[in-house]
Design a binder for this molecule. Structure first.
Ligand SMILES: Cc1cc2nc3c(=O)[nH]c(=O)nc-3n(C[C@H](O)[C@H](O)[C@H](O)COP(=O)(O)OP(=O)(O)OC[C@H]3O[C@@H](n4cnc5c(N)ncnc54)[C@H](O)[C@@H]3O)c2cc1C
Ligand code: FES
Ligand code: FES
Length: 481
């Protein structure tokens, strides 16, 4: 907690950071902080009222990242500095600055960005993290605030407040103490694996693999942005938890001349720059995956392991012919992602096996990624299409990958459609046959997001859009607000 080392020994696996902070009495948590500045709104990661900041070492730097405390489980805090809104105002330790506002709080006041006490603490924490971001990681202001809902002042005053600090260097106690904080956190990191009442936090893949062999019923915790919802929305009890956050080999990205090899616990935030280099369309879509809070914590391995039919990255990875290294004990097998998803939430993973790495060929052809959702940001997909065609000089399609999310019980390649496309010219006749194949192959469900008919129509239209874009036609997107 800020500059205090806290060892929590009596908490259950499914205690959230928010419960721990606020001391909600209905949970099994015995120790807590009674810090009620952090609010509970939706309890599902959507509104940002619970936003806190965690600072963690990355190499020789300290990185400040927002997190939704409502869905973060306690082991996520291991070896990190947790900052809440209470830490920002002058502390009791310095009575002369006790009532002084932090520059981001002052900016909100100056620009009339604060109304209700529910959203403001979370907004303050998002602005605080933005203020402390290094130039290379800095998201744009709207991206940084996309996970904080405010329905009273509107966003203009919030954006004005953020912009007023855009060129200001942080000059607060956190910045001044960063070397000290970094070294304290590195000391914890070097202590190796940790076993406690709420989780096992291994320090190597060997330990993880052995633990999962011995405890095949343990739940794997990566970023927790899906697992946390099982606790807060499905009210699941989690008895055994094993966390991936302290295993360096799962946080690493390697590349050779043919492929990128991404550790399963690498976060969206950390893959952004290398994806921008090799798969710019994919990287652009990531800006619309969840919110900044979610992208800071959520991982590629978690998106695949969760096996949701509306996960955003699996269709793109399918279109790129990605494969997975799955590890069970000392055995590692590599399977194409296309063989991983079996049925709704059923995967190839056997008991005690985990996703170690994701391998993505570097060679792309003409990849385009289209995400349709009700809101532009912080919303899950209604339909996601990832289309990757190779054409020859004569305008003939020589290889086709069309992968769709939201259209079946699993993220799925449109194989019939791909067969029709392969070897055909890029023209209206081919398009029309390919659309019929999609209609034949998919029977999407109707739910709160969209009807089955909408999904089918939308998937076909996205293929049409791809054809138009590939043939150089100007596609004008009309947004109805
Ligand atoms: C507000 C909000 C918005 C969201 N928006 C989007 C969105 O726009 N698009 C989208 O696709 N998703 C979205 N999500 C879902 C979620 O953020 C992603 O699926 C994310 O990638 C999950 O990664 P994680 O590291 O947090 O996984 P976790 O929650 O840690 O794990 C998810 C599941 O995968 C398992 N798992 C994790 N790692 C492994 C592994 N290495 N091997 C085997 N199993 C593993 C876990 O046991 C768990 O069952 C959103 C979630 C929230 C709360
Ligand atoms: S309470 Fe709404 S995001 Fe956490
Ligand atoms: S500050 Fe709460 S709705 Fe705007």
């Amino acid at each position: 907690m800020n500059d205090r080392l806290v060892v929590v020994e009596d908490t259950a696996s499914d205690t959230t950071v928010l419960d721990y902070l606020r001391g909600n009495t209905e949970t099994s948590t015995t120790s807590h902080e009674k810090r009620t500045g952090t609010k509970e709104g939706c309890c599902s990661g959507d509104c940002g009222a619970c936003t806190v900041v965690v600072a963690e070492p990355e190499g020789d730097q300290l990185k400040y990242k927002t997190m939704n405390a409502c869905i973060a489980l306690m082991p996520s805090l291991h070896g990190k500095q947790l900052l809440t809104v209470e830490d920002l105002t002058g502390s009791d330790k310095h009575p002369d600055t006790k009532d002084e506002l932090h520059p981001v709080q002052q900016a909100l006041v100056d620009h009339h960005g604060s109304q209700c006490g529910f959203c403001t603490p979370g907004i303050v924490m998002s602005l605080f993290a933005l203020h402390h971001e290094s130039a290379e990681d800095k998201p744009d202001v709207l991206g940084a605030l996309g996970g904080n809902l405010c329905r009273c002042t509107g966003y203009r005053p919030l954006v004005d407040a953020a912009n007023s600090l855009a060129n200001a260097q942080p000059d607060d106690e956190f910045f001044r103490n960063r070397e000290k904080t970094l070294s304290k956190l590195q000391t914890i990191e070097q202590q190796g694996s940790v076993s406690g009442s709420c989780a096992f936090i291994p320090a190597s893949e060997g330990e993880l693999a052995q633990y999962l062999l011995d405890n095949p019923d343990a739940r794997i915790l990566a970023g927790g942005t899906d697992l946390g919802l099982d606790v807060t929305q499905q009210l699941e009890k989690i008895d055994k938890l094993v966390s991936l956050q302290n295993i360096p080999s799962l946080q690493t990205i390697h590349e050779d001349s043919n492929e990128l090899v991404i550790g399963s616990a690498v976060t969206y935030r950390s893959i952004k720059s290398i994806f921008t280099k090799y798969y710019p369309e994919f990287a652009q879509m990531l800006d619309r995956l969840g919110s900044q809070q979610i992208r800071n914590q959520g991982t590629l391995g978690g998106n695949i392991g969760n096996a949701s039919p509306i996960g955003d990255t699996p269709p793109v990875l399918l279109a790129l012919d990605a494969s997975l290294d799955l590890r069970h004990g000392d055995n590692i097998r590599n399977i194409p992602l296309n063989k991983f998803f079996l049925d709704y939430k059923k995967t190839e993973l056997t008991s005690g096996e985990y996703i170690a790495r994701i391998r993505i060929p570097k060679k792309t052809h003409q990849l385009k990624v289209y995400k349709l959702s009700k809101r532009y940001g912080d919303d899950i997909s209604t339909v996601l299409a990832a289309i990757n065609l190779e054409t020859n000089g004569d305008g003939q399609i020589t290889r086709a990958r069309v992968a769709l999310g939201g259209m079946a019980a699993i993220p799925k390649r449109a194989e019939l459609c791909e067969q029709i496309l392969t070897g055909s010219p890029l023209n209206n006749e081919t398009l029309s046959q390919a659309k019929s194949a999609i209609r034949q192959e998919f029977k999407p469900m109707s739910d709160v997001r969209a009807s089955s008919e909408y999904r089918l129509e939308a998937a076909c239209n996205l293929l049409e859009r791809y054809f138009m874009e590939l043939s150089g036609q100007n596609v004008r997107i009309i947004c109805h607000a």
